[in-house]
Ligand binder design. Sequence first.
Ligand code: PLP
Length: 406
Amino acid sequence: MEQLTNELSEISFGEQIGFRKAEEGFATKAIHVGQEPELWNCRAVVPLISLATTYKQFAPAQHAGFEYSRSGNPTRSVLETCLASLDNGKYALTFASGLGAQTAIISTLKTGDVIITGDDVYGGTNRLFRNLAVNMGMEVIFVDMTDVSNLEKAMKDNVKLVWLETPTNPSMKVIDIQKISDFVHKNSEAFVVVDNTFLSAYFQRPLELGADVVAYSLTKYMNGHADVVMGSIATSNEKIYERLKFYQNAAGIVPSPFDCYLVNRSLKTLSLRMERHFKTGMAIAKYLEAHEKVEKVLHPALKSHPQYETTLKQTYGHSGVFSFYLRDANLEKSTKFLQSLKIFMIAESLGGFESLVELPSIMTHASVPEDQRKELGINDGLIRVSVGLEDAKDLIADFDDAFKQI
Ligand code: PLP
C-alpha cells in the first residue's frame, strides 16, 4: 500500500517551478463534500435544476426512481407532471424540440402505415411528413379537415395516425376536434394527435375533446419567453405513453434540465400571458379589419371567421397569433410594409412576449410545395402576426405608421 501510494504521488508542475505542494485530497473533497444526494431535500419553493447525469443507487440496480439522466431527470419530471395536469392528461413527455416530439410520434408507426394530416400544418410538420415519414415507407395524405366528409373520402385500411393542427398555420382554419376524433375512433384503429401549439393548454384542451394525444412546440406560448426550443406530448392512453417514453430514451431526443427549469417557470404565468395576448390580439385584429389597406383578417375569434361557432364551442379564447392579407399586395409591397414596422420585428416563430411579423410564403412555409401553398392561399400578401405583451396602443400606432409607407 505504502509503495503504491509513493508511486502515485506526483511532483506537480507548481512544485517543479518552486511553489508549495498543493493540498492532498483536494480533488476528492471538491468532488464529494456537500454533494451527498441524500441532502437534497431542502423544501425549496422553486424546484431545483438537477444537472446530474447519473444517480447514486442503494445497491446494484436498486435506485430511487432515477438512474441516468437521459432516461429520467428530476427537473424534467417536475415539468412533465405539470404539463400532464395542464391538459388534464395522465402522462406527459418532453423532447428536444416540437419536431422532436413529432418525430417520436411517427416513429411509433411502421412501413405501410398511412398518416392522414390536415393540409394546412406548420411547414416543418409538412416537411417531416413528406420526407421522413415517406422515407420510412409510410403513406401521407393531406386533407382539408374543416369538413369531416373530406376525411371520410380519404379513409382507407391501414390509417394509423390522424394529425391535425387547429387553428391551422397560417390560414387560421378551425377544425372540430370532437367531430374528427369521434369519426376516426368509430371507423379505424388510428389515434388522433392535435398540435395545440397555437392556443396552449390554457385556451384549448384537445384530450377533453376526444383526441388521443396533444402535441406542443413548447418553444411558443407554453414557454413564451423566446429562449427555449422544446416539444412535448400529453396523453391519457397508457399504451401510447409507454411507446413514446421508450422512444424518448431509446432515441435520446431529450431536453436539457436547465431548459426544463425555464419552461416550468414560464408555465406559472401562462394564464396571465394568454389573457393579455388574446385581448391585445383582438384589438389589433379589429383595427386591421377596419383598415382600407387590408383585404381580409383571418382571426378565429372575429365574427367574420367562417368557423367562429366551432371556435366558441371548443376553445376558451384565442392567442395573439393571426394572419391578414394586405390589399393589392406583391412581394415588394409586403416587404416594404414589414420593414416599416418599428416595434413588430420580422422573425419566424410566435408566442413570445415580443411582437413578431412574418411572410409565410418565403419564411415559415417556404418548404411547402408551391402548388400546395397556392391552394392554401399562402401568397405574398399574407402576413402572419404574433402579438406580444407590449401596450396595445403602441402596437396599433406601429401598424398605423407602417400603412402610411405603402
Ligand atoms: N408546431 C407548430 C404549430 C409550430 O409552429 C412549430 C414551429 O414553429 C412546430 C410545431 C415545431 O416546433 P419546434 O420549432 O419547437 O421544433
